[in-house]
Design a protein around this ligand. Structure first.
Ligand code: C2O
Ligand code: CU
Length: 560
């Protein structure tokens, strides 16, 4: 080749690389700091990333590695979790405090390495220390590999839709009050879409999130439920919604009038701007609580889809009622994975059954705000999980004893009629412990969550770090080991990272334990997480070097 041609080729290649790296950055900087925000006419400082609420979106491509350097410029400890990013062999950057790392102290920083593998679609990141995820969260968009199109019609525009909550009070005070009282936490003052409560709340209509649309175009909504404590119904007036992915895994497209999204979950869905008459339409979200017995916040947050800039009043969609359990599971039952399964799941090596319960502890002088003066708690298999003071990953990797036990049971310690009514009071008190479950490398695990009616039966969005799992079945009543597996979907079950366990029922998931590490498993309703509806799976290492945990990063926060 002539030398000037070589030069031209070199020039062209570096130009192409430049264009590419501009579209998808490999390095992000997250400055965690207090920023002043006003909502509902209340101005206060909230913890943010780069001054934004919700925080910045991370863009990646399938199979990428991305670095995010987090600088803690706030006044409390913090960690960040990359929810749904499986982090193969790399639990060091997973984020949950005292599980895989010690928190980043004020003034310190940590460089997280995000290893993407099969995820494609929408995920999210959030703080994973105390309750700071209330304001410290944002979307992760994983684009398909270069040259690979979406398996659905190309959207004209893509928009994150992040459902969250706003408290007029400082979130650290909400948490302190909650823990001190022993009762339920105070409700937030508004639900929000992209940080805004919307028209139906006092002094919010100026700032409602608006999406301008053009007739005949298609819009992809990258939806995240970042709310702390509520599952949500979401609908768009006069428009149907086509769901194409759940938890960053494609599904067979379904067209619905409303979607159900639990904290931790994400949905990719599109709508067609097909209203000939134009006009304004609300996207509305409202909570699902499962039972009329809980008088919780039944307000509605809205955003607006507008075809023009007229001042017409938007139309509200109808949403299912806040206790409409059938509406929830009619929706989730329709989710089916699109492509072939990533690994065989027709057999499993070990079945683990765990109850998920709301409980109570006795409280001195019966002075707590739980039922009859008790302290509210929660558990898995009757163990209310206690966070240790050195992270479990370090303790495991460096053989530090006395930090955790390995006795998380394979089946609940004593059987009872889990979904019966009027359950004996003595069943309500769990034990406090830090017990993990060891899992053999490369084994196929079936995990059945059995909900109980202790205190109050509620739906629980259970989230496993380090994995996506196939949801092979769910049902109502007590799980029956001989009959229920007969109705499993082993053909095209959805691949998710957060499964909704029905109140008064059960849900079964399967996964192949090929990701060695220390992986947190917990309810994604923040109050239940705080109460101890958590455990940790330690997936052992395989024998080949490529089946081992990666070496720890050089600089990591220390526990003091
Ligand atoms: Cu979305 Cu343990 O987290
Ligand atoms: Cu829960």
């Amino acid at each position: 080749m002539h030398s000037s041609n070589k030069f031209l080729l070199f020039f062209f290649l570096s130009f192409a690389a430049l264009v590419h790296s501009e579209a998808l950055r490999r390095h992000y900087k997250f400055f965690v700091n207090e920023t002043s925000y006003t909502r509902l006419c209340v101005t206060k400082d909230i913890l943010t990333v780069n001054g934004r609420f919700p925080g910045p979106t991370i863009h990646a491509r399938e199979g990428d590695t991305v670095w995010v350097k987090v600088y803690n410029n706030g006044s409390n400890n913090i960690t960040i979790h990359w929810h749904g990013v499986k982090q193969p062999r790399n639990p060091w950057s997973d984020g949950p405090e005292y599980i895989t790392q010690c928190p980043i102290q004020p003034g310190d920083s940590f460089n997280y390495k995000l290893i993407f593998s099969i995820e494609v679609g929408t995920l999210w990141w959030h703080a994973h220390s105390d309750w700071s995820r209330a304001t410290v969260h944002g979307a992760i968009v994983v684009h398909p590999r270069c040259g690979t199109p979406y398996p659905f019609p190309r959207p004209h525009q893509e928009v994150p839709i992040i459902i969250s909550e706003w408290w007029n009070e400082d979130i650290m005070e909400v948490l302190e009050e909650f823990v001190a009282s022993g009762g339920a936490p105070r409700d937030s003052d508004a639900y929000t879409i992209n940080g805004q409560p919307g028209d139906l709340y006092p002094c919010s209509s100026q700032d409602t999130f608006k999406l301008n649309v053009t007739y005949g175009k298609r819009y992809l909504l990258r939806m995240v439920n970042a709310a702390m404590n509520e599952i949500h119904f979401v609908a768009i007036a006069n428009h149907t919604i086509t769901v194409v992915a759940a938890d960053a895994s494609y599904i067979k497209p379904i067209t619905v009038d409303y979607v159900v999204i639990a904290p931790g979950q994400t949905l990719d869905c599109y709508f067609e701007a097909n209203q000939v008459a134009g006009g304004h339409y609300y996207i509305a979200a409202r909570a699902y609580f499962g039972t009329p017995a809980l008088a919780l916040d039944n307000t509605t947050t809205t955003a607006i889809i507008q075809y023009d800039n007229s001042s017409t009043t938007p139309i509200l969609p109808t949403l299912p009622d806040y206790f409409h359990t059938t509406a929830v599971y009619n929706f989730t039952a329709r989710l089916r994975s699109l492509g072939p399964l990533w690994y065989p799941i027709n057999k499993y090596d070990k079945r683990i059954i765990s109850t998920v319960s709301i409980n109570s502890f006795p409280c001195q002088n019966n002075s707590c705000a739980g039922p009859n003066g008790t302290r509210l708690a929660a558990s898995m298999s009757n163990i209310s999980f206690q966070l240790p003071s050195i992270d479990i990953l370090d303790a495991y990797y460096y053989h530090i004893s006395g930090v955790f036990g390995t006795n998380f049971p394979r089946v609940p310690p004593f059987p009872f009629n889990y979904t019966g009514s009027d359950l004996a009071l003595y069943l309500q008190t769990p034990e406090r412990a830090t017990e993990v479950r060891l899992i053999d490398y490369n084994s196929t695990v079936e995990l059945v969550f059995q909900n109980t009616n202790l205190l109050v039966g509620l739906d629980h969005p259970m989230h496993l770090h380090g994995y996506s799992f196939y949801i092979v079945g769910f049902g109502f009543g007590n799980f029956n080991e001989s009959t229920d597996p007969l109705s499993y979907n082993l053909i095209d079950p959805p691949l998710r990272n957060t499964v909704l366990v029905p109140r008064g029922g059960w849900a079964a998931i399967r996964f192949n334990a090929r990701n060695p590490g220390v992986w947190f498993l917990h309810c994604h309703l923040e109050r239940h997480l705080t109460w101890g509806m958590d455990t940790t799976f330690i997936v052992k290492e395989g024998t080949r070097p490529q089946d081992r945990i990666l070496p720890p990063p050089r600089h990591r926060p220390r526990c003091i």
